[in-house]
Design a protein around this ligand. Structure first.
Ligand code: ZN
Length: 326
């Protein structure tokens, strides 16, 4: 597994790392066994990716296949203890850094405050423009309604036309092609772990020191989920612990159906990674950062995943800490 450092003057540092990539058939067996420890009803299989242009996904492309990559851009240390407003990014440039100029990108990050003028949760769903495909920004962002503290979920392209993001982002990129994917159905949670943590820890247990990265999309089809949204104003006093961060965040219970955009890595190969990060959106005005379902007896998850071939660590913070990563 080779590491290549690309760094030109005035450009962001970008490190490339090759993940361990198990076969889909092997992953089915591993995930089936692991999820059974946390859910009553589990069915994992290899299927043709459903057409993701259809409801509830409504993505700009049909699938998540082809040249799969995970990119982690920036990190929590650029948000906390205090915001670093120099940390703004352009997903067009990130697509070039990850050697996929026409990438289809999904994931979880901080909203482009440089465009929005305020802080927000960001749900990137982006087709980067290329010779073959027009650019299409299907992203959502969620912020707090100043009138009543409720959630405001908006479609990015209805007001803005750039491809920005900021501070931190966990991204799953592919060619957006149809093809074989891993389908995961899990119903009725019997354990303590959330859907993503359960899959991640299962991979960590099985693959040990061989990091496996995965991403894709899943739907919480039934039940409710605990989520958070960051305030529109960055904290003016330093936030130095999980407790302080949790007082700053606003927490919600959001209802199904929620379309989630998970990115997770079984084990950090030494790049100060956020090991899992999942944001969600809906077609009923709710969206945010996914923590856990709050209805274990009735919850139903349906997801489509692929392992990533490469990890790209972009603009890794030099000074770091471990809070604010839940
Ligand atoms: Zn988040």
């Amino acid at each position: 597994m080779g590491i290549v450092l690309h760094l030109k003057k005035k450009e962001m540092a970008c490190v490339e790392y090759s993940f361990h990539v198990p076969s889909l058939e092997e992953l089915v067996v591993v995930l089936q066994k692991g999820l059974k420890g946390n859910f009553a009803d589990v069915q994992v299989s290899v299927v043709d990716c459903p057409d993701l242009t259809k409801e509830p996904f409504t993505f700009p492309v049909k699938g998540i296949c082809g040249k799969t990559r995970i990119a982690e851009v920036g990190g929590v240390p650029y948000l906390l203890p205090l915001v670093n407003k120099e940390k703004v990014y352009d997903l067009n440039k990130i697509a070039k850094e990850i050697k996929l100029p026409g990438a289809f990108i999904l994931g979880a990050g901080a909203g482009p405050f440089q465009t929005l003028g305020f802080n927000a949760e960001f749900m990137p769903v982006i087709q980067i423009g290329s010779e073959h495909k027009p650019a299409m920004n299907g992203s959502y962002f969620a912020h707090i309604n100043p009138a009543d503290g409720g959630c405001l979920l908006e479609k990015y392209s209805e007001k803005y036309h750039d491809f920005g993001c900021a501070l931190l982002a966990n991204l799953f990129a592919s060619e957006g092609q149809p093809g074989k994917v891993i389908e995961v159905k899990a119903k009725r949670r019997t354990g303590k772990l959330n859907f993503v943590t359960c899959m991640r820890q299962t991979l960590e247990k099985h693959y040990g020191d061989k990091p496996v990265g995965m991403g894709g999309t899943f739907v919480i089809e039934k039940g409710k989920a605990k989520t958070h949204i960051m305030p529109a104003e960055f904290s003016s006093c330093p936030l130095n612990s999980d407790e302080e961060v949790n007082k700053w965040l606003h927490f919600y219970e959001m209802r199904a159906p929620l379309v989630c955009l998970p990115v997770f890595v079984s084990k950090d190969p030494g790049f100060d990674l956020r090991l899992e990060h999942t944001h969600c959106f809906s077609h009923h005005g709710e969206g945010g950062h996914y923590h856990q379902d709050t209805t274990p007896d009735t919850v139903e998850y349906l997801g489509y995943f692929l392992p990533a071939e490469f990890l790209y660590r972009i603009d890794q913070p030099k000074e770091t800490h471990l809070f604010g990563r839940d």
